[in-house]
Design a protein around this ligand. Structure first.
Ligand code: GLN
Length: 499
């Protein structure tokens, strides 16, 4: 049998159900691996006693004969999901040592009171999920398991690195403007950002509420499908923007789609749209060549490639970097040093306490965004920036609907380059913003998107293929990715750091 950490979520679940190993043993195996391998910096918190208590609860359910697709399998959560059993920091000093009195909906649905997964701890991320390289974490950067001098991507960089290095078989992430897809791409794993509202935002530390969305990150599309089925679903009492749609068994859908489309051309009839704006000069040649290789493979499987246009792609950067900071400035006003979070030790009066607490608690990028956001929402600028951005946001969403009259799925790169060196972009926030070009537009439109390992580019670093679906088409994205993964093995390649 392969080592436990090489097994997929689906394989681990089967091994547990067959009683070949207990959930406690699996948790112990991964915790030992985290101990020995996490010089990568992926974890911000572990707690053996809590994890083993969750594993014992899963073992009891297994012993009672319960069969559930994720029961007893370990995972870890991005540190923006609040958890009772572990501290939650959102990668910020502002929330150092913060302990939530409740679990986020996604956490409870996946955990002991739901699917029965066992949490191994909390994963590093950019502060308040603002960033693209995990180098904005207030605690430590995360190394890419494929080359430890390089970033894993961000903001869900700890999630991506931990899964790629096989420190955990699956993780949660959040995606506001690309933070599941981009680190998945840069670290060579699979990740899906569902339609906005598919997963409840209750208990997710808020960044930009009209964009924030939770999703799974794992090595394969099948594993992502298993997790998404448990995470998603309406939660209207606690998040009024959660979608009032019945739960979907994505793994069953994926298997059914697959069984239906047998033969040499299983993707026959699927039209994949290639936006000219995603294949232009802004993308590096190695990434383009890798993405084109993956598209040729999809074509071999029967898909038809069609050219489409998303004319406002370029505007997604200024629009996102007005709307996201605007919402962030409002969401982060709650950190005032009064109810929770960091409070300065010395201050003269209330105003001084606010100022010092916030200046000490927030890092540079967060401060920058609060300032931009406050500016674009201020009297006299609101119409010129915020309102204008909202109008263009609508037009961007309409562009996608036009494109979807010509195709079923839109494909392209996730990131214009492979992972860069740690520190390389630290002094240049705009360089990071520009690199979000292929993920922001679908986020602004609220569409589901995923990153699928597609090969390797410059420096032997992984490259992801992005697949964007129309609203609620997660099942189609996952089954297309699954098809691709049945004939390719990019998602099974193992980085040096995972030895
Ligand atoms: N890189 C983008 C940003 O910095 C996206 C972050 C995210 O999706 N959380 O805002």
């Amino acid at each position: 049998m392969s080592a436990l950490h090489d097994l997929s979520v689906a394989q681990l679940a089967a091994t547990l159900a067959a009683k070949e190993v207990s959930s406690v043993e699996v948790a112990q195996h991964f915790l030992a691996r985290i101990q020995s391998h996490d010089a990568l910096g992926a974890f911000l918190a572990t707690d053996e006693a809590q994890s083993l208590a969750q594993a014992r609860a899963a073992d009891a359910r297994l012993a009672a004969g319960e069969r559930a697709p994720l029961l007893g399998v370990p995972l870890a959560h991005k540190d923006v999901f609040v958890t009772r059993d572990f501290p939650t920091t959102a990668g910020s000093k502002m929330l150092a040592n913060y302990r939530s009195p409740f679990d986020a909906t996604v956490v409870s649905r996946l955990g002991s009171s739901g699917a029965g997964m066992v949490s191994l701890g909390k994963l590093n991320c950019d502060e308040f999920a603002m960033g693209s390289g995990n180098d904005n974490s207030a605690y430590k950067p995360v190394q890419n398991p494929w080359d430890t001098n390089r970033v894993p991507g961000g903001s869900s960089g700890g999630s991506a690195a931990a899964v790629a290095a096989r420190l955990v078989p699956a993780a949660t992430g959040t995606d506001t403007g690309g933070s599941i897809r981009q680190p998945a791409s840069l670290s060579g794993i699979t990740g899906i950002k569902p339609t906005y509202g598919r997963c409840s935002r209750y208990g997710m530390v808020a960044f930009a509420s009209s964009l924030d969305q939770a999703g799974p990150m794992a090595r394969s599309a099948l594993d992502c499908a298993l997790l998404l089925s448990a995470m998603a679903g309406p939660d209207l009492d606690r998040d009024s923007t959660s979608l009032d749609l019945p739960n979907v068994d994505y793994a069953a859908e994926l298997i059914a789609a697959n069984a239906q489309a047998a033969g040499p051309k299983p993707l026959q009839g699927l039209r994949i749209g290639l936006p000219t704006q995603f294949f232009g000069a802004g993308c590096s040649a190695d990434v383009l060549a890798t993405v084109r290789g993956a598209l040729a493979e999809l074509e071999k499987l029967g898909a038809t490639l069609v050219d489409v246009s998303l004319p406002l792609t370029e505007l997604s950067i200024p629009v996102y970097y007005v709307i996201a900071p605007a919402e962030a400035s409002s969401n982060l006003s709650r950190y005032d040093g009064v109810r929770y979070g960091h409070r300065a030790a010395n201050y003269t009066d209330l105003e001084d306490m606010y100022k010092k607490s916030r200046s000490e608690g927030f890092g540079d990028e967060v401060t920058r965004r609060i300032m931009i956001g406050t500016y674009v929402l201020s009297h006299g600028y609101y119409d010129a920036y915020y309102l204008k951005a909202q109008k263009i946001r609508r037009l961007i969403a309409e562009d996608f609907q036009k494109a979807f009259t010509q195709c079923d799925i839109i494909a392209g790169p996730v990131s214009p380059t492979v992972a860069w060196k740690i520190g390389e972009r630290s002094d240049d926030p705009v360089a990071s913003y520009l690199a979000d070009i292929y993920t922001l537009s679908s986020s602004l439109a609220g569409l589901p998107g995923m990153s699928v390992p597609a090969g390797f580019g410059a420096h032997g670093m992984p490259v992801g293929l992005q697949l964007i679906g129309n609203y609620f088409k997660e099942a189609q994205l996952l089954s297309t990715a699954h098809r691709f993964q049945m004939t390719t093995d990019w998602h099974q390649r193992k980085p040096g750091a995972a030895a």
